[in-house]
Design a protein around this ligand. Structure first.
Ligand code: FAD
Length: 278
């Protein structure tokens, strides 16, 4: 069972718990991006099993009439086993979801996976005329070129600062530098994308920049935030613009929870206080 302190960031171990959480979010005007936790599989079986789990999840979303979509990780669908395995599993999930009008996001993992992830995204979104999205990381030096590549494709792009720690040869280092790149990338998207802009950030400065860019260019956009991070702000923002919450769930919650707690001092303090009961 997931301890209460991890429940802030993870909806539960089962799809049913995540779907319940999605229903609660929908009642308050926020969409749910459901992520069945799993990554870095070195064999085919768990990758195939997760691809099937996502298809069942899509069926549940449709059956419950939820305002929800799914987000998958390439290494969860078999990228570490082989690009062909990943592409096969991704096609299964996207075909199934597209037939049922459920959107599929592709998370972006470390920089060694960017080419394979973008190639797979391009193939799927072109084949289906949209219904698929991919994440790009502003801390990577290549991202402006990648945005140019994706600008005229159907589908959506989620811009994030980047959760991995790539080497300086491929990445901008330092928060100030990454923030500056994020601002430039966001402006490029609002100026050059017709629609399909998702801002994956909790940063109030970037969120208000997105509002201003929307006023300047008129391009539609959505804000995406993680479960457990600035939850009140998520509900408040939903009165002003489209907001989606990324909702992870599943038995492999421990490493995800550890990442959330270790990336920010306030989260670590929250965990320590909860453990000590103060
Ligand atoms: P930061 O630069 O971390 O913080 C800036 C400001 O935001 C802070 O000063 C504070 O005001 C506010 N803030 C940030 N965190 C908190 C908090 N916990 N509590 C209160 N205030 C806070 N990364 C990837 O590499 N690949 C992905 O596929 C990916 N998908 C993502 C999907 C979503 C929906 C989101 C929200 C993030 C995703 N990320 C992904 C993570 C992302 O790259 C960043 O690591 C993460 O969002 C932190 O950056 P930030 O822009 O939120 O702000």
């Amino acid at each position: 069972m997931i301890p209460p302190l991890a429940r802030r960031f993870v909806a539960g171990e089962t799809a049913a718990e995540a779907l319940d959480h999605a229903e609660t979010l929908n009642d308050r005007g926020v969409g749910a991006i459901l992520n069945h936790l799993g990554e870095h599989y070195e064999t085919r079986d768990p990758a195939d099993a997760d691809a099937e789990a996502y298809q069942r999840l899509v069926d549940d979303i449709v059956q419950m009439g939820l305002d929800a979509c799914v987000s998958v990780k390439p290494s969860q669908l078999g990228l570490s086993v082989g690009e062909d395995v990943f592409r096969e599993n991704l096609s299964r999930v996207v075909d199934h979801a597209a037939e049922r009008d459920v959107f599929v996001w592709l998370d972006m993992e470390d920089h060694t996976t960017t080419d394979a992830t973008l190639d797979a995204f391009e193939a799927e979104t072109t084949a289906h005329g949209g219904g698929v999205g991919v994440c790009l990381q502003s801390n990577l030096r290549r991202t402006h070129d990648d945005l140019e590549r994706l600008a005229d494709l159907p589908g959506k792009v989620r811009l994030v600062k980047g959760a991995y720690d790539p080497p300086a040869t491929v990445a901008y280092r330092g928060k100030g530098h990454v923030d500056a790149r994020f601002r430039d990338d966001l402006r490029y998207m609002f100026a050059n994308f017709d629609d399909g802009i998702a801002v994956g950030s909790h940063d109030p400065e970037m969120i208000s920049l997105a509002h201003s860019l929307h006023e300047e260019f008129g391009t539609p956009y959505e804000i995406q935030m993680l479960m457990g991070v600035r939850p009140d702000a998520q509900f408040e923002l939903a009165d002003e613009c489209e907001v989606w919450q990324y909702v992870p769930y599943g038995e492999r919650w421990l490493s995800y929870f550890y990442r959330r707690v270790s990336e920010r001092k306030e989260n670590a303090l929250f965990a320590a206080r909860a453990l000590l009961g103060i």
